[in-house]
Write a protein that binds this ligand. Structure first.
Ligand code: SF4
Ligand code: MG
Length: 335
């Protein structure tokens, strides 16, 4: 099977006071057609930077992909200019964000904004555009679509606005939808509805979804495959069952332990102690999780683990596993 999206050795750097810091450092993974891949990790682990890198939406003044490839159907998106990227954005790859209010124009009606998307990307006769906008809104579960087109974003609830964003995102039948924390700002019941909508649309339209989340509950609900990120790197990657039933990286295990359990009376969430190292304080040598890892050993600060396959389709970056220990030569070079 051929990958729809292949991210290869992606490095995204930010220029801070004349120095480059990598928020994404050597990230590689694939998304296959019609598959839901969840990228999970705490905030500050590089998940959003990674997704903005794919869409070429990094802050222009200081952020840039400075190494690696982002292959969409075999074509590298990294060297494309804005005009070429505009053709791909929305049409082949769409993106939805955590706060739809920022992506919608507050002074234009929902209908006007829906129509714009169709006019810019889809070849249909002008007189049919409004009808198409309404049917897209209905497709995302908005029953009052004919009224909603005359309303402004602030007149809608957060959940409704996210539905509108999804309608816009699927207007051109993209093959890949990138959703960055699409339900984080919503309350729990609405969250569940929006996730179900994304899942249904994904199956209906047959698109792939790259879903960014910090919430393992969302992962359990949605994912076929999971990419766990920590401090700008992939630390574990596998199918959803193995991530939940055979998690190998101590960070993944800590994340799983911090999910509140219904059958236990926990006063306090068992969250992971400590914080993700900031860009400026990233350890140069050794494991980036060492300061917080319950299983850290002295050598974790001397050996830099690499992402290695422990079994077919399951990769881990932790020296508890032989596959993650660098080759002898590499180790010599480092010392
Ligand atoms: Fe923990 Fe060491 Fe593995 Fe890092 S390499 S996750 S510190 S055991
Ligand atoms: Mg984020």
């Amino acid at each position: 099977k051929e990958a729809l999206l292949e991210i290869k050795n992606l490095h995204t750097g930010f220029n801070i006071e004349g120095k480059t810091y990598h928020a994404v450092k050597d990230v590689s993974f694939d998304v296959f057609p019609k598959e839901v891949v969840c990228v999970v990790g705490e905030s500050g682990c590089g998940k959003s930077v990674m997704s903005l890198s794919i869409m070429d939406l990094l802050p222009k003044h200081n952020g840039k992909v400075d190494k690696g490839q982002i292959l969409y159907k075999g074509r590298d998106l990294v060297p494309l200019n804005t005009k070429e990227m505009n053709k791909i954005r929305g049409k082949d790859i769409s993106m939805i964000f955590q706060e739809p209010m920022t992506a919608l124009n507050p002074v234009l009606t929902i209908g006007f904004q829906m129509d714009e998307v169709l006019i810019n990307h889809v070849k249909i006769p002008r007189e049919e555009i409004r009808k198409k906008s309404i049917s897209l809104l209905q497709q995302v579960g908005i029953s009052r679509a004919e009224q909603i087109v005359h309303e402004y974003p602030h007149q809608l609830s957060g959940g409704m606005r996210q539905r509108v964003m999804i309608a816009m995102a699927i207007a051109c039948q993209p093959q890949l939808l990138i959703a960055d924390e699409p339900t984080t700002a919503l309350d729990v019941t609405v969250q569940a509805q929006i996730l179900e909508l994304i899942k249904n649309i994904q199956e209906e339209v047959g698109m792939a979804v790259l879903l960014i989340t910090h919430d393992l509950g969302v992962v359990a609900e949605m994912a076929d495959r999971v990419v766990v990120m920590y401090a700008g790197q992939v630390v574990e990657q596998s199918d959803v069952d193995r991530i939940f039933y055979n998690p190998q990286h101590p960070y993944t295990r800590s994340l799983l332990n911090s999910i509140p359990r219904m059958d236990e009376e926990v006063e306090e969430l068992n969250t992971i102690k400590g914080i993700v190292p900031s860009l400026k304080n990233m350890p140069v040598v050794g494991c980036r999780f060492a300061d917080r890892c319950p299983e850290a050993m002295p050598e974790c600060r001397e050996i830099t683990p690499r992402l290695g396959e422990t079994e077919k389709g399951h990769s881990v970056r932790c020296i508890l596993y032989d596959a993650s220990r660098p080759e002898m030569e590499e180790e010599e070079v480092q010392s």
